[in-house]
Design a protein around this ligand. Structure first.
Ligand SMILES: Cc1cc2nc3c(=O)[nH]c(=O)nc-3n(C[C@H](O)[C@H](O)[C@H](O)COP(=O)(O)OP(=O)(O)OC[C@H]3O[C@@H](n4cnc5c(N)ncnc54)[C@H](O)[C@@H]3O)c2cc1C
Length: 391
């Protein structure tokens, strides 16, 4: 019987295995795919944005986002850097506080974590899909799809969510624990591209730095700025990703969801109006679609001029271009899952189930999701650390 069996060899599973083994526990890490850490290799466009210098509570969401506070304090971004440096990974800072391996290669993060697993003697079993968890007198009995049986005093469930199912995460972890009485908050995709009406297909590939506000039932919910990418189905880019969980939830709840794009965030509508009047006066030869030449990408200028029709409306459309949100792209495109195991059934200081003593959770399987920028991996490390300290 192992002290701990960890189900799921992703970011949080590997990290909890390392920390449990460092405490002298015997650990078995079970992964359904043919190798552990597959998703880590895809993170940060292959560079692995391991954390962020600016971890704040408002970067985290869920039914009770404050659930994440204790773990994020117990194991902070500073601790993440110290941990990775302790296993040989130099860390560097990118834009907006994002932290990366100095090699800018996700493989170095995974390689060094795997070497640490080996150094600590953690047992690993791959191609091992755990399909059942049963409570027994001494702890737990786990059964795999190919009928292998494992027993453990404690179990850490680190099966991730539903996002990116090709990387082993199809939401099966929810079924494993709902049988034990846990409630699942309906999952929906987050950090994902957004479909809009009109789709503005002509703008496919155009990028512009601006500001977007998501409106739910005509009420502004959140604003994000950064590079907006227009696509054939709608919009993408970092600000869209950060708003996508609100859009996704709004759509799931049957609300009206709208994006308003401010293409000139440095101006108010009035100051932009004055600026454009002055431009008309001083540059009278810039007519038609050339009027916005030099201010906006040409295709975008053409599209906005088409929509606004008159000079009077132009500043309003340039500072609040409305796009009706019709949905988000599917799970295969999403980076993160919002929703998951209800956190009011889990102790935030230990990550232990309040319903099934000895069962712990970490990472994306819980109803906590973070913004784009290293916040999700930080949650994986922090929650895994806390679980491992308390088994
Ligand atoms: C393309 C992409 C890029 C991303 N980039 C970043 C980034 O740069 N920074 C950031 O902070 N976050 C990023 N994320 C999000 C981040 O990767 C996840 O939030 C994080 O990996 C979650 O860790 P986890 O351990 O909870 O789950 P996962 O890493 O998803 O791991 C879960 C593991 O459990 C296994 N598993 C599932 N069910 C079973 C079962 N029944 N039995 C055995 N094994 C099972 C799966 O195969 C998988 O390996 C990105 C996500 C994607 C998809």
């Amino acid at each position: 019987m192992y002290d701990t069996v960890i189900i799921g060899g992703g970011a949080s599973g590997i990290f909890s295995a390392i920390n449990a083994a460092r405490r002298g526990k015997s650990v078995l890490l079970c992964e359904r795919l043919s190798r552990v850490g597959k998703k880590i290799l895809s993170t940060g466009n292959g560079r692995c944005n391991i954390s962020n210098q600016n971890i704040t509570q408002e970067r985290y969401h869920g039914t009770s986002p404050l659930f994440s506070a204790s773990a994020l304090t117990s194991f902070s971004a500073y601790d993440t850097v110290s941990f990775f440096e302790s296993i040989g990974l130099s860390v560097c800072e990118g834009e907006n506080g994002k932290l990366y391996p100095k090699s800018l290669q996700a493989t170095s993060v995974l390689d060094l974590m795997r070497l640490e697993l080996a150094r600590l003697g953690v047992s690993e079993t791959v191609d091992c899909f755990i399909k059942k968890i049963e409570k027994i007198k001494e702890g737990f009995k786990l059964t795999s799809e190919d009928n292998r049986v494992f027993s453990a005093k404690k179990v850490i469930l680190a099966t991730g969510g539903k996002a990116a199912p090709s990387m082993g995460t199809d939401g099966n972890g929810y079924a494993l624990v709902s049988c034990l009485g846990h409630t699942i908050i309906k999952p929906f995709p987050s950090l994902v591209q957004v479909k809009t009406q009109p789709p503005m297909r002509a703008l496919k590939g155009v990028k512009h730095h601006g500001e977007i506000t998501v409106y739910i039932d005509n009420k502004p919910k959140r604003t994000e700025s950064g590079e907006i990418l227009f696509t054939d189905y709608g919009v993408s880019g970092p600000p869209v990703f950060n708003l996508s969980r609100f859009a996704s939830k709004g759509i799931t709840d049957g609300r009206d969801v709208t994006f308003k794009l401010n293409l000139f965030p440095e101006f108010s509508e009035d100051s932009l109006s004055s600026f454009l009047k002055e431009r008309r006066r001083t540059l009278p030869h810039l007519t038609g679609e050339n009027f916005l030449c030099g201010l906006l990408p040409k295709l975008l200028a053409r599209e906005v001029l088409k929509i606004s029709k008159s000079d009077k409306d132009l500043p309003r459309f340039l500072t609040a271009l409305p796009l009706t949100v019709t949905g988000v792209m599917p799970w295969a495109n999403a980076q993160v899952t919002a929703g998951g195991i209800a956190t009011n059934e889990v102790n935030p200081k230990t990550m232990e189930s309040l319903l099934v003593p000895g069962l712990f959770f970490c990472g994306e399987v819980l109803d906590i999701d973070g913004d784009c920028g290293g916040y999700n991996l930080q949650w994986a490390w922090s929650s895994a650390y806390v679980a491992a300290q308390n088994i």
